[in-house]
Design a protein around this ligand. Sequence first.
Ligand code: B1M
Length: 620
Amino acid sequence: MSEYEYDFSAGIKEYKAIIDGGEAEWVPVTAQMAEFCMKYGGYNGHKFFSDPELFVRGNLDAQSKLGFDIPDLVWDVYSVEAEALGGDMAWFDELYPALDNTRVIIANEKDLAKAKAPDPFKTGRLPWVLEALQICKELTGYTHYMHYCAPINLAAQVMQFERLIMAMGENPKFVHKLMDFLVEEVLAPYINAYFKVLPDAYIANGKDAVGSLPFITEEILEEFSVPYILKLRELCGGGDGIRCDNWWGDAFAQDVDKYWDVKLTVTPQYLKVQDPDCFRVGTKRIREYADTRGCALSFGVGNHLLTQGPEEEIYKRIHEYMEVGSSGPYGKKFYLYLCSLSAQTPTSHVEAALRAIKDFRAGERPYAGQIFSGPDGIDAATTGGKGFMGIYASGVNREQLDADAAARKPIFQDIYDAVMAFDNEQCPVLVQQALDDGEVAMEVLDEGLIPPMGEVGDLFAAGEMFVPEMLLAARAMKAGLEVLRPILTKTQTKPKGVIVTATVFGDLHDIGKNLVGMMLEGAGFKVVDLGVNTKAEEIIETAKEVNADVIGLSALLTTTMPFMRIIIEQIKAEGLNIPVIVGGAPVSREFADNIGADGYGDNAPQAVMLCKEFVAKQAA
Ligand code: B1M
């Protein structure tokens, strides 16, 4: 009998054995599930994420009632430190809170000079986190590790992602200075405060959504990410408990073994690979690598599957991951992770997952020996066959591109090449040269500047170009466009159409939407971007005001997808005859049809194609 109010001792023993580099008797399972627990207990989002006792008890109650092995506390880890630096928060009744990054916290040297290092015991919700971790210890005896927002991710939060990426190229000295500030004056004192209030604590685990491929390139990872995690380690006592285990992007790595070696430098105890990468790369391939390194391993079952089911697929995937994960000479060094159970995840799916785990442990293995993951595995059951981040393996039609290039006037091809070379200095020079040679501005746009953006979108969609490169190509294209703009305005050349874009209410993800907007601009559309966390009223008002041709909605959370339906219903109720297209990782064609959307874009080029079609139809 445990001396603590909540008894997770058996699971904690196995889990701790693995994350400390040892072996477990059976496969422990952890899950990121705070939002699910909040909904399960019927709590309000603002209260849940600001009252430490409610937060801890709400998580522990749900986890012990459902039969989870290990207490798991994941607060809104991507906002707490940025909030303490003065960031604005968006609070929701039924969702995780999040940083509203509409307002940039630190944009330049001046802002950085003024930035005040937060006091971990006083500022914002930093003390809330420290208190929650102490309460967890009192109630369970478990020293729960601390989550922190990984340095590069925190930099993206305070500066905005796109701005940070561009600054890395344009003013790397400033970015390094910012990273130093974040590591030395924000993260290290915060983690050290945690070590102080819980003296037996030694693990702080970085969350790093944007710190991996394809958000950043391998070069950026090397220069701006890894060194700062290692620096943080030094500033927090030098132990390898300072880690960062949730990188994505394994499926995009040129040399995946090398990528995993880098992962092991920031998290030496184990290699964690989560869906969708885990399913794409394949459990066998990952197991083989871990065997060569003799390291512990963790597979993460994706939130799409856990939310959408069906239960049989959840069962199958868990059995495959547990079987392959726990096989071979290092099979006792394996734990399973359920990535993100949200407010939208049905309790029946969570129960199905737990049933699968229990059956596997009891030796009931109806799918023994069956492997579904790997490059040939089909994730169709859960994602409608769509790619990951709108990336699928169809490749780029090189022959067609070569034929188009051969048919293009040399000056237009030079402009095209300058955009593809991300040359924002040469591109405007070439555009000016084309004008001086007597080319018409509209032709320069249509023949020189727009076509490369099509190739950029296709390369991204094929996984051959990463986000930073897309941003650089767009910068070169825009530099060329600036030369044309006064002429196009003077001749009253109209844009190809006006598109209002927005990420829906409750959702603060905007990287995908911004890429869509960028591609639309690259294709000659005028984009009116309403940003993130947008309500129907604002969208409708703006669409009327700007006489929009199409409304484009994006959502990245299963919990915010339902707002798309609400927005579409309101647009229809208003009698607005504007087509609405939707997209975003969890959105599928089926879902789009169900909510009455007029179109669905799997990726940015498809969104552009749809807008072209709608505008052409309206003109006809
Ligand atoms: Co978030 N996050 N996140 N996150 N994050 C996810 C989405 C998640 C799947 C990770 C996980 O499994 N744990 C999970 C959602 C789980 C669920 O829904 N059940 C999640 C969570 C839980 C959260 C928080 C709650 C975390 C927390 O606080 N504990 C929090 C929520 C905040 C909120 O919105 N309320 C949060 C925060 C963040 C960051 C701020 C750190 C960051 C966002 C930064 C930003 O956007 N400025 C972030 C990121 C980056 C991710 C992941 C890693 C990547 C999302 C992304 O940008 N993809 C994601 C996990 C993953 O996917 N690996 C995750 C890249 C982008 C190019 O793809 O947007 O799909 P996508 O766009 C594609 C296509 O979909 C399409 O075109 C684009 C390009 O081809 N497309 C359209 C997009 N919009 C379109 C519109 C169209 C047409 C096509 O027509 C109009």
